[in-house]
Every structure is written in structure tokens, then in C-alpha cells.
Design a protein around this ligand. Structure first.
Ligand code: SF4
Ligand code: SF4
Length: 483
């Protein structure tokens, strides 16, 4: 028996090995082809950026001068409904999904905002990037402001709100680019409201740009090199700031970076080697919470009860002005569409979103701390704080999938166009949701393995993390599957 198995093993091994070698050679060929292609076209990307810029302006500005579409307008039967679908049904969800297969290629190859910011930088003042901009919390604040403003303005329903949010962000990107940095994208690295979001999720991605000759010392910030997002390329270990622009790729040279494939989630599994950091973890917790809050106020009856109670209480104390409509640039004021927010609406929406954010963040901090503590008891290495930071990254898949399903509703609704019924669409969402949840659990287990917890002792520290992933999922449940 033993001898027979050994012989089979000996016979099978070379065949298996040849298969692996062939697959590897094929994938190396694909990567070499991609590198050559993108290196060749990178000088021409300006034309693509120009087209994207004009298209982007059309999407946000043309609906302003058109009459409102009829209530029953088909998806592509009116420019405004089409523009709305392109922004929320295609761009928003697909950019998130794209980071899994292509990293932040949207940023490096297509985004008109980042390209405009860099173009302005080329002709601008080139001042040193100030400390306030480099503060790791700046993109977190930027994300929170834009998310809340999007809700109070009704960015999914009103072209004026789309113009303000996207147009305002574009102007800010150009201004920051014009003033700060020397041939860089200070906006993309430090202030873009979705840059950090794409950055966190790109850590899950199946592609990376890695140094051919790696220098030790860990990731570093450098305004001197070729990288537009200030990555010291030879010390690069983390993906989050890499916008996949191919500028550091020189296939024939011995140095620089090269495109590499890895399995999705590999960077998070080994997060300790890829600069886990508190700013990103806070963003993951707070960003998830504020996005959930931004959806829940729309669907929960509890929100309406809260608003009513707060309104009665304030008016009872003589705060009658709370019933007045606010300025158009801060809240939705569209009497022609029968929607006018007053200060009570504004206060309740903002308060509700921040309360949900605080509660979810508190819950995630608690369960992650518990997981880190239990991991220590089970033999994990490093300090409690370091284990906490590493384990916090396990929620990335469930947060990403929830965000995709919860806020990409238009994409899933449009599956009706290809013949899917409501039940089938629900199954697609449910399947994705379950996959995100299981992926998070798997990452939690892998992170514990890297912390040195023996396989037989991982169950207990895995429990709080599982609870955290389920919590994120449950928070999105009404958004995904209805109440
Ligand atoms: S970071 Fe933001 S502005 Fe910059 S390229 Fe990415 S999405 Fe566009
Ligand atoms: S590391 Fe290379 S590919 Fe990534 S952003 Fe910097 S220059 Fe572009």
C-alpha cells in the first residue's frame, strides 16, 4: 500500500509540475503583454483623459439645462435618467468591483478628476504639500463630509446636487493640484473622498506593482521620485496608494516596479508585511458606519419617529426656525419636485448618520479588541494594539460587498433588463453577500495564523471577528434585502 502510493506520487509529480509550470509561463506571458501594452500607451493616456473629462462634465452639467424626465422615463429614454444610471448604476459599483481584478486602474488610467488635478499641477504653483493635507485623517474627513452632504442634498435624485457634489469635488481637485506638489497628485493621495476607500479595497486585489529590487525598511513617503502618489517605489509593500499608472514600469530595465499577479486577498492575509495602520482602520470602521447611516435613514420608520419627536420637542421650546427651509447648497430645496428639507431634516439626517457611524464603529472596535485579546491568550505574538490593527482588516470584504450591494441598487435593479426576476436578483445579492461574509471569516483565520495562533486554538479568537462581520452585514440588511 505504502509502496504503491509512493510510486503513484512519483509518477504523478512530474506531470503536475509540468502543468503548474505551463500555467505559470502562460500567466507570465499575459503579464508581460499587459506591461508592454500599458507602457506603450501611457504617453497617449492624455487623450483618453480628455474624453473622460468631457464625458464627465456632460454627465454632471447637461441635466441642469434639461427639463425633468417624466416619472415613467425609461433608463436610457432621457439624458438625465441615463446620466443618473451611468453614475450610480455603473460607475459607482463597477469601480469598486474593478479594484479586485485590476487594482486602482480606474484612478491611474481613466479618472478625469485625478487627471485634471495632475494637469493643473503641471502648470501650477508647485508649493510644498502642507502638513494639514498630509495628515492621515484628511481623506477620512473628506469622505465623511461628501457622504453626509450627498444625503442632505439628495445626490441620487437631483441633478443640481450631482453638479454640486461632483463639480465641487472636481474644482477642489484642480485647486489642490494647482497649488500643491511638484508633478504629483496631492489630491489623490491626501484628499480624494473615494481614494482611501478604493485604497483599502485594493489591498484585496489580485494585482500589485512590486519592486524588482526591493529595498528594506518598509513603505515610505517620497515627493522626489517618479510616483505621482509619493510612494518610495523601491520600498513599496502596500497597495493602497498605488493608482496603477505604470509610470514606474520599465520592462527592459533591472529596476523599477513590475506588475504581478497574486490571489485576491493575499495582501490582507499577510497584512503585517504591508503596513497596517490606524488611520486606515479608523476609516474602515467610520466609513462603513456613515455609509450604513446614509442608507438607513431613508428606509427605517424609526428615523421618522425620531424626527417627529425631535421636532415637537424643539418647537415646544420655541425653536420654530427649525421648520424653515435651509440654503440650497446645504440641503435639498426643490419645491418643483415636492421635496424641501428644513433645518429639522438637516439636523436629524446628520445626527442620525453620525450616531449610526459611532455605534457601528464602537461595536467593531469592541469585537476586534476582544478578538485581539483572545488571540493573545491563544498564543498570538506582538502587542494587543498591533494584533487589533491586523485583525481589523478582516472586515474589508464584507464591508466592500455590503457597500456594493447597498449603494449599487441601480445596477442590480437593471438586471431585470437581461430577464432576471426579483427572486433571482435577490439570490444574486444574497450569494454575493454570503461570499463577502465567508471571505471575511477566511481572512480572519489567515491573520490569526500569521499571528502564530495554532490551528486548534483559532476558533475562540475567530468568534468576535465573525460577530463583527455579521454585524456589518446585519447593518446593511434593510438596504440589501428590505426590512
Ligand atoms: S484618487 Fe480620486 S480623484 Fe484621484 S484618480 Fe482616484 S478617484 Fe480619481
Ligand atoms: S507605484 Fe508605480 S504604478 Fe503605482 S502609482 Fe506609483 S508610479 Fe504609478
Amino acid at each position: 500500500m505504502f509502496v504503491g502510493n509512493q510510486r503513484e506520487g512519483l509518477r504523478a509529480a512530474p506531470i503536475q509540475w509540468i502543468g503548474v509550470t505551463r500555467r505559470r509561463t502562460r500567466s507570465l506571458g499575459v503579464i508581460a503583454g499587459l506591461e508592454t501594452f500599458f507602457v506603450r500607451i501611457r504617453g497617449q493616456l492624455i487623450w483618453l483623459h480628455g474624453v473622460m473629462f468631457v464625458g464627465f462634465l456632460a454627465l454632471i452639467l447637461v441635466p441642469l439645462v434639461l427639463p425633468d424626465p417624466p416619472e415613467d422615463a425609461a433608463l436610457f429614454g432621457h439624458f438625465t435618467t441615463a446620466a443618473n444610471y451611468i453614475l450610480w448604476g455603473l460607475w459607482f459599483p463597477l469601480v469598486f468591483v474593478s479594484v479586485i481584478v485590476a487594482g486602482r486602474s480606474w484612478c491611474g488610467l481613466l479618472c478625469p478628476m485625478g487627471a485634471a488635478s495632475e494637469w493643473a499641477n503641471r502648470h501650477g504653483l508647485k508649493r510644498a504639500i502642507p502638513r494639514w493635507l498630509r495628515w492621515p485623517g484628511t481623506p477620512v474627513v473628506s469622505f465623511l463630509i461628501i457622504t453626509v452632504l450627498g444625503q442632505t442634498l439628495g445626490v441620487r435624485d437631483h441633478p443640481e446636487a450631482v453638479a454640486e457634489v461632483f463639480g465641487g469635488t472636481l474644482v477642489a481637485a484642480i485647486l489642490i493640484g494647482y497649488v500643491y506638489g511638484r508633478y504629483k497628485r496631492a489630491w489623490c493621495r491626501h484628499m480624494c473622498p473615494i481614494g482611501l476607500l478604493l485604497g483599502v479595497f485594493s489591498r484585496l486585489g489580485a494585482v500589485q506593482f512590486a519592486p524588482k529590487l526591493h529595498q528594506p525598511g518598509g513603505d515610505a513617503y517620497s515627493e522626489k521620485g517618479i510616483c505621482p502618489t509619493m510612494i518610495d517605489i523601491n520600498r513599496k509593500r502596500e497597495s493602497r496608494h498605488c493608482i496603477a499608472c505604470f509610470r514606474c514600469v520599465h520592462p527592459q530595465a533591472r529596476g523599477g516596479l513590475s506588475l504581478r499577479l497574486r490571489h485576491a486577498g493575499a495582501e490582507v492575509e499577510a497584512i503585517r508585511d504591508h503596513h497596517p495602520n490606524a488611520a486606515e482602520v479608523w476609516f474602515l470602521f467610520l466609513g462603513t458606519g456613515i455609509a450604513v447611516g446614509g442608507f438607513l435613514w431613508l428606509v427605517l420608520p424609526f428615523y421618522q419617529e425620531l424626527r417627529l419627536a425631535l421636532g415637537e420637542w424643539l418647537i415646544g421650546r420655541g425653536w420654530d426656525w427649525i421648520g424653515n427651509a435651509g440654503p440650497w447648497w446645504l440641503m435639498s430645496v426643490h419645491p418643483e419636485r415636492r421635496e424641501v428639507f428644513n433645518w429639522l431634516d438637516f439636523t436629524t439626517i446628520v445626527g442620525f448618520m453620525f450616531a449610526v457611524m459611532a455605534l457601528l464603529a464602537l461595536a467593531l472596535v469592541s469585537v476586534t479588541l476582544a478578538a485581539a485579546w483572545l488571540a493573545g491568550k491563544a498564543g498570538a505574538d506582538r502587542s494587543l494594539g498591533a494584533r487589533f490593527l491586523e485583525l481589523a482588516y478582516q472586515y474589508a470584504p464584507v464591508a466592500m460587498v455590503s457597500l456594493l450591494i447597498g449603494l449599487g441598487g441601480e445596477l442590480f435593479d437593471s438586471l431585470r433588463l437581461v430577464g432576471l426576476q426579483a427572486d433571482a436578483i435577490g439570490s444574486v445579492k444574497g450569494g454575493l453577500f454570503l461570499a463577502g461574509l465567508l471571505w471575511s471569516l477566511y481572512l480572519g483565520e489567515r491573520i490569526l495564523a500569521r499571528q502564530g495562533v495554532a490551528a486548534s486554538r483559532r476558533g475562540l479568537p475567530l468568534l468576535p471577528g465573525t460577530l463583527g462581520s455579521v454585524l456589518v452585514g446585519l447593518a446593511w440588511w434593510p438596504a440589501i434585502f428590505g426590512i
